[in-house]
Design a binder for this molecule. Structure first.
Ligand SMILES: [Fe+2]
Ligand SMILES: [Fe+2]
Length: 159
């Protein structure tokens, strides 16, 4: 099915966002693992896989619309140096993805591509409800408990 070029372009920009997020979480999750924060590693590894699932759904949609998926482009990574800066950088990225999704959802509405809009609504729900909310909770807990206590609980299941 021939898609609308302005939609395909935007889907490719969203694809770059998902692949960039997956790369950033790839590095951050392995940093957590290296430091012994097993729970943080497992949670961020789950997010990394979810970003690749989002990327997969975007690639399928671009192909269905007879577009060419751009799997090579990446935005700049923001790799942190400690737990709070890593979480702040990841939250900033998730919020940017939310804003981009909203822009493309509004565009799809304008050009009456309701199926793409539906797919992006699902991606928006994952992005807002899952990772973004979890990151906000962690940053709240770091504030409330203090970093040392938070990190102790994040490392609590070391064997
Ligand atoms: Fe995503
Ligand atoms: Fe995400």
């Amino acid at each position: 099915m021939k898609g609308i070029p302005s939609v395909i372009d935007r889907l490719n920009k969203l694809l770059t966002g998902e692949l960039t997020a997956a790369d950033q979480y790839f590095v951050h999750s392995r940093m957590y693992e290296n430091w012994g924060f097993k729970k943080l590693y497992e949670r961020l590894e789950h997010e990394r896989v979810e970003e690749l699932e989002h990327a997969s759904r975007l690639i399928r949609r671009i192909l269905f619309l007879d577009g060419v998926p751009d799997v090579a482009s990446r935005a700049a990574l923001a790799i942190g140096t400690d737990v709070p800066s890593m979480m702040k950088n990841d939250l900033a990225y998730e919020l940017a993805v939310v804003a981009n999704l909203k822009e493309v959802i509004a565009h799809c509405e304008q050009v009456q591509d309701y199926e793409t809009r539906h797919l992006l609504r699902e991606l928006l729900a994952d992005t807002e409800n899952d990772h973004t909310h979890w990151l906000e909770q962690q940053l709240f807990l770091i504030n409330a408990l203090g970093l040392a206590n938070y990190q102790q609980s994040a490392a609590s299941d070391i064997s």
